[in-house]
Design a protein around this ligand. Sequence first.
Ligand SMILES: [Fe+2]
Length: 505
Amino acid sequence: MLTRGQAKAIRLDIDLMELLAEAERERISRGEDGYNSDDGSAGVGEESEDEEHELPPLDPEFLRMIDELELDIYAGDLTDDDDAGSEGDWPDLSPSRSVHSLSMAADPSHNMLHPPIPTSSLNIQCSSTQKRKRRVRNQAQKDKKHAYKKRRRNVHRAETSHGKYDKGVSRKRVEEAEVVQLDFEADILPISSTGFQGKRTRSLFKHLTRNEVLARTIYYNWDATYDLVICDREGRGLVYCLANPRDPQWNTYVHPELCRILEKARVNGKFTAKEMFHRRGDYVAQTIGYSHGGGQTCPSNTKHSKRNAQVLQTLLSNDAVQRVSGLVNSGYRRFCPEMYAEYKANDEALRSSNPTLRKNFPDSVFAATTFNLGPQTVTPDHVDHGNNGPGGCAITSAGDFDDAKGGELVLWDLGIVIRFPPGSSIIILSAILRHSNLPIQPGEKRYSITQYSAGALFRFAANGMKNDKDYLPTATPEQVEEYIRERRTRWEKSLKKFTTYTPQP
Ligand SMILES: [Fe+2]
């Protein structure tokens, strides 16, 4: 009697049945000759001759099982699962199923009965099933791994911050921030007449050496261990230097990982001359997200070659990059909550109107991210006039360079230079504050990540998701009047959205 395992092997190759039948005949034949008897040797020769002409009958139980297996193969019920391997996946040999298989077998028109047996198609079905199962299994493993890492991270954060992640802590950090008040009025910053953007200007101080710049400015030796808010005369916070998280991993893992992934992105990407040499300097820059302006009829996602899109997607999904995004997003919400709320509302309105717009990071309110991949990301003085005029632009510095001798952020309108340690972030009004970096030393590497939103996005949303040229011809006189008033007062209203700070005595 065959075992279950032996029977399972049979169904994989129908030819085996014939071999087994042969073997069974031989077994019966030997049993009749007195295979186990010492006396039977004399008659072996005679009986062997008879066997060639008259085969002995096969065991009825064996024949029944062979029939069932044959039906299984022809009916295709054994093709379901080769990789299951468990007892629960054993084919059902119940009488009802056998009857069904038998009725199919009795029908001569049934194509499964006629050779050739489609063994190749059986294999394809198995392979497809296996692939599908493997995909599901892999995805489940990935989700599980992601959830596990997230849990570990949260536990680690809670341990290292002594459970201080709540609104109270955020308020406390604002209160504890170092505030510097400058003798300067934000009202006079060069913003466009509509208040949505900055004004395009050319570089004015490109020719100055490091020492010449330092001689003209005040140096703030910020080391990223505390929050620093720089205000105008009225106490309006215009620049936010964000302290690095207290998590010791920030310096041992996040920043090194940032450098690694940004360097890898530059090496693996394929860039045009325009992406490597541009008005902001001679370094590779790639922007991803959504934007508006420059002749576009409506906000749209940035476009990339297939290769660069993969590189950018790798960057966006990187854990260190996501933590940087989280840091600047929460920093902006903490230090400028009203403006943050405006960014959030605008982002939600635009994406609700057009769900295809890409969101780089789940919790970020910024529409676009530029990865400045170096190898020496150093910019001459400029304004990013296309960005939202009163809005923030978060800059994160990274790289292997001596931050006491290069890479500092120069804010020309404020007359200050801020030390910008690698791994730290500063939020500025990039559309209206002229800014640049001091050069780093030969052989050093510097990268940066900037997060921002175009001013045209806010204008488009303010018009009820229309461009000016589409909105104005159809607007009522009252709407036109409101349109003009809104633009004339936007900057003034925005100034009121900046949180005011008082320097500590
Ligand atoms: Fe800039």
